[in-house]
Design a protein around this ligand. Structure first.
Ligand SMILES: Cc1ncc(COP(=O)(O)O)c(C=O)c1O
Length: 448
């Protein structure tokens, strides 16, 4: 190892507090330091190459170091990197807003920018809350969120989150949220239909008693990501939409993870022609290049905020980097590449290939479930398949499989006992086959 990189390793451990990481374990490990990216590959400071099997946390679309996205950022850089969007505009943010509106459900007409998925959620919640206030329905102050939901790590997003591991510590800091069950068929002892009916009946009951105080229902449509890649049964999302509409409750679709092709359609809402009142996008918006997010709303919601300044209807929210030109330029190039390469049309075949290649794992004694939607895959590891007995969290099975995968040349990250495989959308059939072979070997080496 060169002395320069040795120093870098020491400084990493000396200065950085890493996200979602037990630093005691981290300090005892030999962490990878990435120097470069090429296509779907990450290269570390020692020259080792790894497949980016989790798209750098569900972001990357067209691969790293893509010439067209790089060029778009460079061109913008030569003009200006950032000027504020508070009360003034900039060129790429306008062009991007039009593009976003053209590809999202057609009832959405306005774009409010921010910098991360969590902020986009925060903004969606605040808009929904203020909307009802402005409409004179000021009792509508609460939200319904799903069991095991994950919407980000800021306080509002954590309040609607339902994952005890991440959220329980902060409970006393959070606002009260009602819970509805996400149809987790793997954990339900019955048929898929019964599972859905059970969830929907409970939701209707909740809404009947509380609808006067409910501002909105927030959901990760089609795939609940951080909960462990839980896939919604067909038709469930449509029923949620219909319940919200018939009870005057805003539907907030968190497409931060599912948006931009991840589920095989441009947006998860497209699977069932869902028209949310508010939609949040981030992650894949810039192809995974720069931090940019957006909260989209209908004309009805937007116009409720219009009025004389003295009426105090303004949405007083904004971040310093809102509408950043470099991010917007990257996002425009990202959407152009989707169109130029007909990327969405290639995803069904890739998803079927992933299914086929992983099929053998269904018979593995320690694989309880293999869940795949589009380019999102979760493999649930279990101690006992027949009884669905999970591994204890202390056994760190997900972590061990991901460590083994790294040794074999692919970076992935687990969600507890669920091994997540989420390659960049641009991965070729050959690359997918290679990555899945690593994945299967890692699971076998650790679990057998
Ligand atoms: C559904 C969902 N919403 C929100 C977020 C938060 O996004 P960010 O990490 O950009 O704040 C995530 C992140 O994984 C997510 O999966």
């Amino acid at each position: 190892m060169s002395p320069v990189y040795k120093k870098l390793r020491e400084k990493n451990k000396q200065y950085i507090w890493h996200p979602f990481t037990q630093m005691k374990d981290y300090l005892e490990s030999e962490p990878i330091i990435i120097k470069q990216g090429e296509g779907i590959t990450l290269i570390d400071v020692d020259g080792n190459r790894f497949y980016d099997g989790v798209s750098s946390i569900w972001l990357n679309v067209h691969g790293h170091n893509n010439g067209e996205i790089n060029q778009a950022i460079i061109e913008q850089l030569k003009k200006i990197s950032h000027s504020t969007l508070l009360g003034q505009a900039n060129v790429p943010s306008i062009l991007l807003a039009e593009k976003i509106i053209n590809i999202t459900p057609n009832n959405l007409t306005k774009v409010f920018y921010s910098d991360s998925g969590s902020e986009a959620v925060e903004i969606g919640l605040k808009i929904a809350y203020q909307y009802w206030n402005l409409k004179g329905q000021d009792k509508k102050k609460s939200f319904i969120a799903m069991t095991n939901a994950y919407h980000g790590d800021t306080i509002g997003a954590t309040s609607v989150g339902g994952m005890d591991l991440f959220h329980a510590t902060y409970r006393e800091l959070l606002f009260k949220t009602y819970r509805s069950s996400y149809p987790d068929i793997y954990r339900f002892d019955g048929s898929e239909e019964e599972c859905c009916t059970d969830c929907l009946n409970k939701l209707e009951e909740l809404i009947k008693s509380k609808h006067e105080e409910i501002a909105g229902l927030i959901v990760e449509p089609i795939v609940q990501g951080a909960a462990g890649m839980i896939m919604m049964p067909n038709g469930f999302m449509k029923q949620l939409e219909s319940i919200c509409k018939s009870h005057n409750i805003l539907l907030l679709a968190d497409e931060v993870a599912t948006g931009f092709g991840r589920t095989g359609k441009m947006f998860a809402c497209d699977h069932e022609n869902i028209k949310p009142d508010i939609m949040m996008v981030a992650k894949g918006l810039t192809g995974g290049y720069l931090p940019l997010a957006a909260t989209l709303t209908t004309e009805e919601i937007y116009s409720a905020f219009l009025g004389d300044y003295s009426e105090q209807k303004t949405f007083f929210h904004g971040h310093s980097y809102t509408g950043n030109q470099l991010g917007c330029a990257a996002a425009i190039a990202n959407i152009n590449l989707f169109e130029k390469n007909n990327l969405i049309d290639t995803l069904l075949e890739k998803s079927l290939l992933i299914s086929k290649l992983l099929n053998g794992l269904n018979h593995h004694p320690h694989v309880g479930d293999v869940r795949i939607t589009g380019m999102m895959t979760g493999i649930e590891l279990v101690k006992n398949k027949a009884s669905k007995q999970p591994y204890r969290w202390e056994e760190k099975m997900g972590i061990k499989v991901c460590d083994e995968s790294k040794n074999l040349g692919m970076i992935i990250r687990p969600l507890g006992n669920v091994v997540v495989f989420m390659p960049p959308l641009v991965s070729t059939n050959e690359e997918l086959a290679d990555m899945i072979s690593i994945l299967i070997t890692a699971i076998r080496n650790v679990c057998e």
